[in-house]
Design a binder for this molecule. Structure first.
Ligand code: ZN
Length: 411
């Protein structure tokens, strides 16, 4: 996605602010001898930022304004090591609420709705983001937080909630509980706004069929405000993101060069107006693509496809970047296959080869299904794998995360 002149001006504003601060990026800019950018090319010469930079800045090194302008901090759940602390100014908090209320509006939610918010409140950016956006929209917030399903269901009925905000797994749990109790006719939900974790089509279908609600995917990460920087509209053609607040590039995670619109790669985000902790070219390691063209809804905001996985999981084969999630999506379209699979990549006779092992029951023609899967991979991803079909139960299973991709080229 080409950066506009307006966006370049905003980036220059952030560069100026960073150069006047003690933020880690000040040094990056000085080393790169960049004080302003005037074109796509100059923008792409700006150094990247990484999660590790943010960790090193702990506790308040990301602050790019005097401390008395900071009104709140949030922290990302550090699964490994030091947490990341993101300071927000009053404007940042307001901007985030503006983006979030725009998300609700994009989903067709209005001030007449009653929004039941089940993501957690606290240091992380979940619950409070949903809340602030709801209040700015003028809808009624039910700030439930997570858990206590009994109370969630009681409020859902008595308060006649019309919108459920949840993670996909919690939305599924609630849906199944509603089904189990047979209280579908006492539920008034119309829409679900679901956090951006990757979730399967089967899960979406199940929530939709039990609750009969429209589902919307919301995108965001703590480092860049939090959830609310993008959401799909009712046409479900990808998530519109707010390009007056953020600039998104998609890069090849190996060469670090931007890829053309439509191609898969890693999402890199630059905040255009953030004051407390501006970030330039922040590598999210989330994999997606820009969807080219215009959405039938008429919105001019560009679109990002659903998140396909993490760049750390990517493998490169025959010059094509492949993500396990892409293979998984393809396999899901074959009901005769089990949910287990294994991908093996090897280097044989001077060529990279991908073998995909799948499982099915004995009453299916193995050769026929292998051929169909190979054709589908060829048409969707661009090369032909060797597909090996085995009996159900042959592939390894583990209680922990099963290792599904084995790259024998580096073993
Ligand atoms: Zn749209």
């Amino acid at each position: 996605m080409q950066i506009s002149n307006e966006q370049l001006q905003l980036v220059n504003g952030r560069i100026k602010a960073l150069l006047n601060s003690e933020h880690f990026y000040k040094k990056r800019l000085e080393e790169a001898k960049i004080t302003e950018v005037h074109s796509q090319e100059e923008f792409e010469a700006l150094p990247f930022s990484e999660k590790a930079d943010l960790r090193e800045a702990y506790p308040l090194g990301l602050m790019a304004v005097p401390e008395d302008e900071i009104v709140r901090i949030h922290s990302s759940s550090g699964t490994t090591g030091t947490p990341v602390i993101i300071p927000y100014t009053k404007k940042d908090v307001d901007d985030w609420a503006t983006m979030f209320s725009r998300c609700y509006k994009t989903a067709g939610i209005t001030s007449k709705d009653r929004i039941q918010i089940t993501p957690g409140y606290g240091l992380w950016t979940a619950g409070i983001g949903f809340q602030a956006g709801c209040e700015q929209l003028g809808a009624m917030a039910l700030p439930m937080g997570p858990g206590n399903t009994e109370k969630q269901l009681q409020f859902m009925q008595d308060m006649k909630s019309t919108v459920l905000c949840a993670t996909s797994s919690y939305a599924l749990l609630i849906a199944e509980e509603v089904e189990k109790r047979g209280i579908q006719d006492q539920i008034y939900l119309k829409k679900g706004v679901i956090g951006s974790e990757r979730w399967s089509e089967k899960m979406r279908e199940r929530i939709h069929s039990i609750l009969g609600i429209e589902l919307y995917d919301i995108y965001g990460l703590t480092e860049i405000y939090g959830p609310g920087i993008g959401i799909n509209c009712k046409y479900e053609t990808g998530m519109h993101y707010w390009d007056d607040f953020i600039y998104i590039e998609i890069i090849d995670p190996v060469t670090l060069k931007p890829v053309p619109d439509g191609e898969q790669g890693e999402i890199v985000i630059t905040t255009l107006v953030k004051e407390g902790a501006p970030l330039i070219r922040y590598r999210t390691h989330d994999i997606s693509r820009i969807i080219p063209g215009e959405c039938p809804c008429g919105s001019k905001h560009p679109r990002l496809d659903i998140i396909m996985g993490r760049s750390d999981d990517m493998v490169k084969i025959k010059g094509v970047n492949v993500f396990p999630a892409q293979i998984e999506e393809i396999l899901k379209a074959f009901p005769e296959l089990s949910s287990e699979y294994q991908i093996r990549i090897s280097h044989l006779e001077g060529k990279d080869t991908m073998r995909i092992y799948v499982e099915t029951t004995g009453d299916v023609d193995f050769l026929d299904i292998a051929k169909k899967v190979a054709e589908k991979v060829k048409s969707k991803i661009g090369f032909t794998p060797l597909v090996k079909v085995v009996e159900v139960g042959v592939l390894p299973r583990s209680e922990k995360k099963t290792k599904r991709v084995i790259d024998e080229r580096y073993e």
